[in-house]
Design a protein around this ligand. Sequence first.
Ligand SMILES: [Zn+2]
Length: 312
Amino acid sequence: MIIDTHTHLLDVGHWPDQWWDWVAEDWASKKPGRQAAAVRGRIEEGLIDSSGARMLSRMDQAGVDMSVLLPIDWGPDFTGTLPITEVVDKMLDLSDRSDGRLIPFGGIDPRGDGAAERVIEWFERGIRGLKLYPSCGWDPTSDAAMEIYAVCEARRAPVLFHTGHPLPVLEAERSNPLHLKDVVLEFPDLPVWLGHAGAPVWWAEALEVTKSGPNVRLEMSVWLWDDSDMDAEIEFTRKILEAGESVGFDRLMFGTDHVSGVKIRQPGFLPSIVGMYQRLPEHAARLGHAISPDQMSLIMGGVAARDLGLDT
Ligand SMILES: [Zn+2]
């Protein structure tokens, strides 16, 4: 079974003005004479997949059985988004209509009033975990954040933290995985998923945090991209071996950061990333190591299934 532990499925109003502005400026800066204003209003439509149909068909193409949907609570510093309750409602609705293939997470900024109560209500309605994004401007060791982790630990529900370089409009330093070490020590039974495993700058830090608790996982999205060459695949294989041999292959998870809008990610994105993962045993052998079929099935979905309570 293949579970993609890091995807985004967007509808209108899920991401903020500041993000669309940044994308428009970036696009304009790539060619003299281009005007950001000319494209600004049309970017969002290229990223949305309101019914989830494109996500499901791309999963079919790539042989992905299930995908974890990660909504983002952008918090008070960003504008133009729907209330996070509506965004999470959408994830729950998409999941209901997907025959269990889309796994809904919640997203919360702990600074909001009644954040913990809101998370409890979402768990009652079916979310399977939380995506947290401290780079939106909050401290992952604050009391309010700790209250949220306690809610999740009591349910053994995973919390995926964004770690590594954040989206360009956000604060980078808050995404250093080392900030999560105290969280891991305080909540040993909480499945902590280190989203992107610190990519591209904090691999050693991510591995160090993984070593500090029994339920920390390295979610490996972004280290490989659809344009990764053979050298990048070999480098990635070395990371998988380093983690597998030091903390165990049951700490590693397949993820892609797939986004299912028509104008984002190439149509071949998902199959090509899956293909690179499936070549891991081959590359490992060439490096004089081994990754067994059982270890591969842990990485591709077994570890996630266990943390998500999907074990049969
Ligand atoms: Zn992401």
